[in-house]
Design a protein around this ligand. Structure first.
Ligand code: BES
Ligand code: ZN
Ligand code: ZN
Length: 463
């Protein structure tokens, strides 16, 4: 629990005191190095000084990182009440501190049998020395949306199934006004001809689902923004099976759908006065005798036929049907999709940036602004007219793989673009940014990061 108090009182079990170079403290005799964490006994409690380095060099990212380090340090283990004294009232600092605590100390330990060493802040009462402002509550709410997304991604694929995700969405909207839900199961997907979606799921025992939540709190006549997530609950690659080393993390292939859940939670918590469609394309790319096959030609909801160049390029197929269905039946004024779509995006940008693609420069600019505001980073990559030729097929309207070697993230985006029906659209490829495989990076620990949740929530709030 985080709360706020106007003045430092040093009356809790511990006080975390953030200091930039030149800022002193009566109990601190020598200069703190950047990144140094220095404990001093104070009465019955503890003062934990944290060195932030030069004030003019301190980015909000670095601040989050240092706050995270402080809260994970051994001095704060098993301490229940912590006062936190910020270094300044610099704009955005308190929000960054909150994120450093809530995003930074998130850990996935559901399946650890040993007593958990209490790194999580769930059981701590934290008192931030700052005047309580409303935006801070919003920051806390958004972090909780991220936690939901991260929990969904981190749990086993056979736990977080399409059914589980549908239930999660129903739980979020239960009892809320101006919200309606529609779910297309296998039967409805078949009746409507969402054959790409069905093909991808056809070796799975689990139900394919297209979940659509219509949230209507915008002005009369205002258009809808569709937020669409790739929800591959597991991606084996299908008959083009993924090799060892590439499949182990593929429970994360529903990170887009998980982000949509997080964004929906935020939208409800913040009471956004907007019209929004939340869409989850849920399937499992399983393997077996029923699996769809390389070389198949399938005609999807939009009426376009696709040659299957590779069964591992399944995300774009499910999204293509979701786009076409939403465009035809809901006519949104704009769409944003989030998808762990391509390994090529990871090659291009690494792990700290999501790939952004768009058919609309204004939308792209606004999303980049939100990416900057929130530190939920994105970098724009191109889609250009020649790319049409790269995904042509000899035997169908197009192909789900590319005829050229490079630019795999862009050719995948071009495939998606052909199902937008010219609706203003942006695509976030979160293949690299959604997950940390290792001890940690930036202010994230191992596991899901909640990529896209802050970015798209901020975009919806401001656009
Ligand atoms: N889910 C993967 C993309 C992915 C890769 C996500 C790494 C997260 C980390 C996607 O379905 C996939 O397998 N894409 C293929 C496409 C290729 C066959 C054209 C890829 O990127 O290799
Ligand atoms: Zn795949
Ligand atoms: Zn995939």
């Amino acid at each position: 629990m985080i709360s706020f108090r106007a003045k430092a009182k040093h009356d809790k079990q511990a006080s975390v005191v953030l200091l930039t170079d030149g800022q002193g403290h009566p109990r601190l005799k020598s200069k703190l190095e950047k990144g140094e964490i220095f404990p001093v006994a104070e009465g019955r409690g503890l003062l934990v000084f944290v060195g932030l380095g030069k004030a003019d060099k301190l980015s909000l990212t670095e601040l989050r990182i240092q706050v995270r380090r402080a809260f994970l340090c051994s001095y704060l283990k098993n301490i229940k009440e912590v006062e936190l004294v910020p270094h300044s009232t610099q704009s955005g600092a308190v929000e960054a501190i909150i994120e450093g605590i809530l995003i930074g100390t998130y850990a996935w330990d559901k399946y650890k049998s040993k007593p958990k060493d209490d790194k999580s802040v769930k059981n701590k009462d934290i008192f931030i020395v700052a005047e309580h402002k409303k935006p801070y509550d919003a920051t806390i709410a958004v972090c909780e949306g991220m936690t939901l997304a991260r929990n969904l991604v981190n749990d086993n694929a056979d736990t977080v199934t399409s059914e589980f995700l549908e239930k999660t969405v129903r739980g979020l909207i239960k009892g809320k006004k101006n919200v309606a839900i529609k779910v297309l199961n296998k039967k409805e997907l078949r009746a409507n001809g969402l054959n790409f979606h069905l093909a991808v799921n056809q070796a799975s025992k689990k139900e394919p689902k297209l979940v659509i939540v219509k949230y209507s709190r915008g002005k009369k006549g205002e258009g809808y923004t569709a937020v669409i997530g790739k929800g591959m609950t597991f991606d084996t690659g299908g008959l083009n099976i993924k090799p060892t080393g590439s499949m182990e993390t593929m429970k994360i292939d529903m990170s887009g759908a998980a982000a949509v859940c997080g964004i929906l939670k935020n939208t409800l918590a913040l009471g956004l006065k907007k019209n929004i469609l939340f869409v989850l394309g849920l399937a499992e790319n399983a393997i077996g005798s029923m699996a769809y096959k390389p070389g198949d030609v399938i005609t999807g909801y939009a009426g376009k036929s696709v040659e299957i160049g590779n069964t591992d390029a399944e995300g774009r197929l499910v999204l293509a049907d979701a786009f076409a269905y939403v465009v035809k039946n809901y006519k949104p004024s704009r769409m944003i999709d989030l998808a762990t779509l391509t390994g090529a995006c990871v090659v291009a940008l690494g792990f700290d940036y999501s790939g952004l693609f768009s058919n609309n420069n204004e939308m792209a600019k606004a999303l980049l602004r939100s990416a900057k505001n929130t530190d939920d980073r994105a970098w724009r990559l191109p889609i250009y007219p020649e790319m049409k030729d790269y995904i042509k097929s000899q035997i169908a309207d197009l192909k789900n793989t590319s005829n050229i070697k490079g630019a795999g993230a862009s050719t995948a985006a071009e495939f998606l673009r052909q199902f937008t029906g010219d609706t203003d659209w942006a695509h976030l490829d979160i293949a690299g940014s959604s997950y940390v495989d290792g001890a940690g990076r930036m202010y994230y620990g191992h596991g899901a990061t909640g990529a896209g949740v802050r970015l798209v929530t901020d975009y919806l709030l401001n656009n």
